[in-house]
Design a protein around this ligand. Structure first.
Ligand code: ATP
Ligand code: MG
Length: 447
């Protein structure tokens, strides 16, 4: 993409309404525009990152054997009356009436709807296990929407639902989700720690929240510092293996890590030596629940088991805050000059800066590098404007592409361009083709 043909409405001024770095930077980098409280348009740059995050979530869910689908945003109130949640959910639910006087709601989550789909089409244990998921907009009429996309009213969530014959099988689904979430967050360049959580209006016995440590996080967290050394890395895992998934779950959840809802000071002190006790703040980027037959029983989602008895299925639901993740990633990856995208989610893989637009050699070299980057399967953003070099660098730093290739007449005389890391600020002089080869190598392991 050439910047001259793109739509990147960067702001010079720091917007005064934004209280935290990620919100400020998303506005300044022209990623989002608020349309009303907690509701945003996703401008091209923000939309690109949102799609990258979605893509990672899709790939990792499907790797775990979970099946994508799509349910609507508007739901019938009658389904929610069956589970009893139409009245229980409270003022966060946006209730709508259509012209036939039927009660609808903008879905804050989808347990009822997926349970209805299940009971309409599945009746035998032979069709289990089954995990369906979608990535869809949700609406929760938050009393205090704030921090940009972190606490929106309309937000994008991946929510998945498992259906299993027994509690044991459902707990395997729970563990499978835990593993796939660890992988997903790491691919996004994030460490998200599973912490014991208390169940909210969704209800359940077993639940973990995934938290990204950040000073601006809304949750208070308490954990054993050893937990931050754990990495999932590139290990291979057989998602069908109960033992393998269980082992990962135990590895990542056996140390003390809790949010303030479940924190117990005395347990913290007896389980964790003082020098490893950490009290910090975190951003919730996901949550997994096992809730048994909470919905299947009242809603009649049953299957015939091998003995011929009709039994309610064991379920769980598992969410990832797709749009909130943009804020969380920026909170964990920025400096005074702007965003620093992890390679796995960056909107463009490399920025090309032409130091002297209109110089024949520089223009030609930029075009050649641009084409070579595209041929390597990567997306460049070419700053082809007439701005001063300093202004071009400032824009590139603000929007946070992890790598920059700087091309100028002086370097070209010596046959070199500069490859610069946004994160470290370090530059290397390389022949243009070597710079592209190096970029391709860097990304080969990261995408
Ligand atoms: P919170 O405690 O932050 O209000 P929640 O526990 O009510 O969130 P869940 O029902 O667990 O949310 O939803 C799954 C994920 O969706 C959360 O882990 C979070 O990342 C994201 N999410 C929830 N509410 C919002 C919101 N208002 N704006 C953006 N993302 C959200
Ligand atoms: Mg939650």
């Amino acid at each position: 993409m050439r910047l001259s043909r793109y739509f990147l409405p960067v702001l010079k001024e720091t917007p005064s309404e934004a209280q935290i770095a990620s919100h400020r930077l998303m506005l300044r980098a022209g990623m989002i525009k608020q349309s009303s409280a907690g509701i945003y348009s996703w401008l091209p740059l923000g939309y690109k990152v949102l799609r990258r995050i979605e893509q990672i979530v899709h790939e990792e869910q499907q790797r775990a054997g979970h099946i994508p689908m799509l349910m609507p945003t508007l739901q019938s109130a009658d389904l929610w009356r069956e589970s009893g949640r139409y009245d229980a959910y409270g003022p966060e639910m946006l209730r709508i009436r259509d012209r036939q006087d039927r009660d609808l709601l903008y879905g804050p989550t989808n347990e009822e709807m997926i349970t209805d789909i299940f009971r309409s089409h599945v009746s035998s244990y032979r069709d289990l296990p089954l995990t369906l998921y979608h990535i869809q907009w949700k609406f929760r009429d938050e009393i205090r929407p704030r921090f940009g996309v972190m606490r929106g009213r309309e937000f994008l969530m991946k929510d998945g639902y498992n259906f299993d014959l027994t509690r044991e099988a459902a707990l395997h689904a729970y563990n499978r989700h835990l593993v796939s979430y660890l992988r997903s967050y790491e691919r996004m360049g994030l460490q998200a720690i599973p912490m014991r959580a208390e169940s909210g209006p969704i209800g359940g016995d077993d639940t973990h929240e995934f938290l990204v440590l950040a000073e601006t996080g809304e949750s208070e967290v308490f954990y054993d510092s050893e937990i931050t050394d754990l990495k999932f890395g590139d290990r291979r895992i057989d998602y069908d293996s109960v033992e393998e998934c269980q082992a990962v779950m135990e590895e990542f959840t056996s140390r003390y890590a809790r949010t303030d809802d479940t924190h117990e000071e005395s347990a913290f002190e007896t389980q964790v030596p003082e020098e490893r006790r950490r009290r910090a703040r975190g951003i919730e980027v996901g949550q997994i629940f096992y809730f048994g037959t909470k919905y299947s029983e009242p809603m009649g989602a049953t299957v015939v088991d091998p003995e011929g008895n009709r039994v309610p299925v064991h379920m769980g639901s598992h969410g990832i805050g797709v749009s909130r993740l943009l804020g969380a990633i920026i909170e964990a990856n920025h400096d005074d000059n702007g965003i620093i995208w992890p390679e796995g989610v960056t909107p463009f893989h490399v920025g090309i800066v032409n130091l002297k637009q209109g110089d024949e050699a520089a223009d030609l070299a930029c075009d050649q590098i641009y084409n070579a980057v595209v041929e390597a399967g990567l997306e460049p953003l070419y700053h082809d404007g007439d701005d001063r070099a300093g202004a071009k660098f400032a824009t590139m730093d603000l929007i946070g592409l992890p790598w920059r290739i700087t091309v100028g007449p002086r370097g070209l005389k010596n046959g070199v361009v500069e490859l610069t890391s946004r994160r470290t600020g370090e530059s290397e002089e390389l022949a243009p083709d070597q710079a592209v080869t190096k970029l391709a190598q860097i990304y080969a392991g990261k995408l």
